[in-house]
Every structure is written in structure tokens, then in C-alpha cells.
Write a new protein. Structure first.
Ligand SMILES: Cc1cc2nc3c(=O)[nH]c(=O)nc-3n(C[C@H](O)[C@H](O)[C@H](O)COP(=O)(O)OP(=O)(O)OC[C@H]3O[C@@H](n4cnc5c(N)ncnc54)[C@H](O)[C@@H]3O)c2cc1C
Length: 386
């Protein structure tokens, strides 16, 4: 497998890296301090990203997106992943699942999202239903030409700044081989719909300035025309795009880990104790060596999964392995970085403690590490009928 970057891919990497360094890095400390991105700054970054042609890199070119293949999207995500999450998310990549929109929904939701005019959020998780998504209690009941939605979602990222919600709700039950199960359906719900209330959730240790919200639906009327995909097929739709989303988590983790490794290597080469750079002590140098090796392995695993995605052969396990390994590698990397920075690693004037905190969420969202292992184990056992 040849993973040499094409000239176009090298240009993409250079362009995104330059944007991140010039337009995002300078605002990181302020966002960290305020736990907010001001609407003015958000607007400026979005406008610059659109002007630079970096917006909606994951979306088809014929709809106005970047039209990139999966390998190139990984490269974009990797470079954006170097910056604080709250800032890099302003260079938006609308949710992949929106590609399931019909032609009317494309005009009302997908194309405005690609143009930066409207912003989406995805609402699956509930207080009582996390990894076991199908156990969700939120219901959507048909009433004439509408559905009536009732229930509560929590941990919903950037719902405070979104204009519409990609909502998953139960629309009845179906018989499966393992007994009756809830039928899950996806909907597009405008945030200003009567009956929908959005409130800011608890502060999170990771990713300051990027907020999670609680969504409460009370007899919220959603037109049947806003059903995304087919009724009861929300899980299939989700499954179709979940792999690509997991590669995004892997790519972001790689970008962040690369930045942390660069910073801590420079520190280890220049911080002197006992008359020599600390990196020359084997105890420190070997930690750097392990970090660098694991980072390369994570990157190869992710690029290989992306290449398989482009070839149409990526499995759930390929995406799960990339997400699992890259997010766990990032956790080890940022913890090691704090250790090598010593006491300075824990001080807020250094970014190491932020990278360490921010890394923690990558092992939890978009399916925890345990769920990724579950997917991988299932794919190993399946041929044996187990
Ligand atoms: C900052 C943040 C942002 C988020 N953004 C969004 C969002 O935008 N939209 C959205 O819908 N959700 C979002 N989530 C939710 C996220 O996807 C869930 O937190 C995640 O899926 C885990 O669910 P849970 O927290 O309920 O944990 P649980 O499912 O309750 O899991 C608890 C523990 O049990 C383990 N566990 C559960 N099942 C198994 C199993 N079968 N085998 C082994 N171990 C298992 C888990 O790995 C975990 O360690 C976000 C979460 C966070 C923290």
C-alpha cells in the first residue's frame, strides 16, 4: 500500500497547517481563559475558513463542499486537530450523516450547512442511554403530517450554537433475532421549534469553550418531511457514517499528539538538569521513543483505514481500531508530556496540562474504548459463529 502523499495532498496539509497556526493558535489562551469563543471571533474564523476553501472539506464538491477523499479528509482533520477543539470546530465539517438528506432537505439543511449559514448538532445520548443507544427513551409518535417528540438528550456538543438538531428518537418496536427492540428514526429538528428547550450542561474538563447541552423535548412537533432517511432505519443511517466519524476522532488525536510530541521533544532537548538535557537521560529518551513509535503506528492505522474507506472496503472494526488506538495513544502521549515537562507541565501558562485534559474525552465520545473493543472482538468472533 502506497501512502505517499500526492502533490495535492501536500498542498492541503500545508494550507490547513498555515491556517491553524495563523488563525487559530493566537486565540487558544483566550478561549481557555474565558471558556467561550465570542460570536465575533467565531464569525471571523468561519468567514476566513470559507474564503480559504477549508469549510465543509468532508462534503461532496457538487454540493459546494471540499469533495475530498477519505485519506485527504484524515489529513485535514489531523492538521485541524492540532488546535483547541472550540476553535478548530469553527472550520466546520457538517455531520457526515447529513449526506442522507433528500433533495428538499439538502436545500433546507445540508447546503446551508456547507455554506456556513446553518450549523448542526447530533442528539443521540440521553441520561439513561449512552453506549446502549437503542435503549433511548425519547419517542417520536406520528400525528397526522407530524411527529410529536418527547424526551431528554444530554451531552449534546455545540447545541448552544447550532441552528438545527439531527435527532434520534424511538418510533415503536420491531422484532429482531434477539427479541423486540426499539425502532430508531432520525429527524432534522429546527432549534427554534416550539417544545424544544436547550440549556447549557455541566462544565467539562476537556475542550474549554466547546459546550455540551441538554435538550428537552415536550410535545415538540416535527413535520414528517423532516424525517432523515426512512422511518425505523436511523441505526442503519448512523452506521453508514459512523466509521468516517470515528476516523475523525483518530485523526484529531494524531494531530494533537504530534503537536505535544514536538513541544515536549524540544523541551527535553533544552531543559538541563545534572549538567545535560533531560532528554539525554535514558529514562526520558525512551519515553519519547515509545511516544513517537506509537504515534507513527496510530497514523498508519488511520491512513490505512481511510484508504480502505476510499476503496469501499473499510469495516467497522477498521474504524474502531483506528479510533481506539489513536485516542489511547493520545492519552499516553499527553500524560508522558506532562511528566517530561515536570512541574511546568501542570502549570496553566504551559499548554501541556490543557492537552492532557483535552485528550481525556477522545476515549469516551463517539463510542468509548470499551465499545470499540467490543466491535473489534465481535468481528474476530463472527466467522466462528460466536
Ligand atoms: C464532552 C462530550 C461530548 C459529547 N457529545 C455528544 C454529542 O454531541 N451527541 C451525542 O449524542 N452524544 C455525545 N456525547 C455522549 C458520548 O457519546 C457518550 O458519553 C458515550 O457514548 C458513552 O456513554 P455514557 O457516557 O452514557 O457512558 P455509559 O454508556 O453509561 O458507559 C459507562 C461505562 O461502561 C462501559 N460500557 C458500557 N457498555 C459496555 C459494554 N457493552 N462493554 C464494556 N463496557 C461497557 C463504558 O465503556 C463506560 O466505561 C458526548 C460526551 C461527552 C463526554
Amino acid at each position: 500500500m502506497d501512502l505517499t502523499l500526492t502533490d495535492e495532498q501536500r498542498l492541503i496539509v500545508d494550507t490547513v497547517r498555515a491556517f491553524v497556526e495563523k488563525e487559530l493558535y493566537p486565540h487558544e489562551d483566550e478561549v481557555e481563559r474565558l471558556d467561550e469563543v465570542s460570536p465575533e471571533l467565531a464569525g471571523q474564523i468561519r468567514a476566513k475558513a470559507i474564503a480559504a476553501g477549508l469549510y465543509a472539506a468532508n462534503m461532496p464538491a457538487q454540493l459546494g463542499g471540499g469533495g475530498l477523499d477519505a485519506v485527504s479528509v484524515v489529513l485535514v482533520e489531523r492538521e485541524l486537530g492540532r488546535a483547541s477543539y472550540a476553535l478548530q470546530m469553527l472550520v466546520e465539517r457538517p455531520s457526515n450523516i447529513l449526506q442522507g438528506c433528500n433533495s428538499d432537505q439538502r436545500q433546507r439543511y445540508l447546503i446551508p450547512a456547507i455554506r456556513g449559514e446553518r450549523h448542526d448538532c447530533v442528539a443521540m445520548t440521553e441520561p439513561g442511554s449512552g453506549s446502549d443507544i437503542r435503549s433511548m427513551a425519547t419517542t417520536a409518535t406520528r400525528d397526522g403530517g407530524d411527529y410529536i417528540v418527547n424526551g431528554t438528550k444530554h451531552f449534546i456538543s455545540h447545541a448552544d450554537v447550532a441552528d438545527f438538531v439531527i435527532l434520534f428518537a424511538a418510533t415503536g418496536t420491531e422484532d429482531t433475532r434477539s427479541g423486540p427492540k426499539k425502532k430508531i428514526t432520525a429527524f432534522l429538528v429546527d432549534k427554534d421549534s416550539p417544545g424544544l428547550t436547550v440549556t447549557r450542561g455541566s462544565a467539562c474538563v476537556s475542550n474549554r469553550g466547546y459546550h455540551q447541552c441538554e435538550l428537552s423535548f415536550t410535545d415538540c412537533r416535527v413535520p414528517a418531511a423532516n424525517l432523515l432517511g426512512e422511518e425505523g432505519r436511523g441505526f442503519d443511517l448512523m452506521g453508514q457514517w459512523l466509521g468516517a466519524t470515528r476516523l475523525t476522532v483518530a485523526s484529531t488525536s494524531i494531530g494533537r499528539a504530534r503537536r505535544a510530541l514536538e513541544a515536549v521533544t524540544e523541551w527535553a532537548a533544552t531543559r538541563r538538569q545534572f549538567g545535560q538535557p533531560v532528554g539525554r537521560f535514558q529514562g526520558v529518551g525512551f519515553q519519547l521513543a515509545d511516544c513517537a513509535t506509537q504515534l507513527e503506528a496510530a497514523e498508519l492505522l488511520t491512513l490505512r483505514a481511510a484508504a480502505k474507506c476510499d476503496a469501499g472496503t473499510m469495516t467497522d472494526a477498521d474504524a474502531a481500531m483506528a479510533k481506539l488506538y489513536a485516542s489511547e495513544m493520545l492519552g499516553r502521549m499527553t500524560d508522558t508530556a506532562v511528566q517530561i515537562f515536570g512541574g511546568m507541565g501542570l502549570m496553566s501558562q504551559f499548554p501541556a496540562e490543557r492537552w492532557w485534559r483535552d485528550a481525556r474525552v477522545e476515549r469516551i465520545w463517539d463510542g468509548t474504548s470499551e465499545i470499540q473493543r467490543h466491535i473489534i472482538a465481535r468481528s474476530l468472533l463472527r466467522p466462528y459463529g460466536a
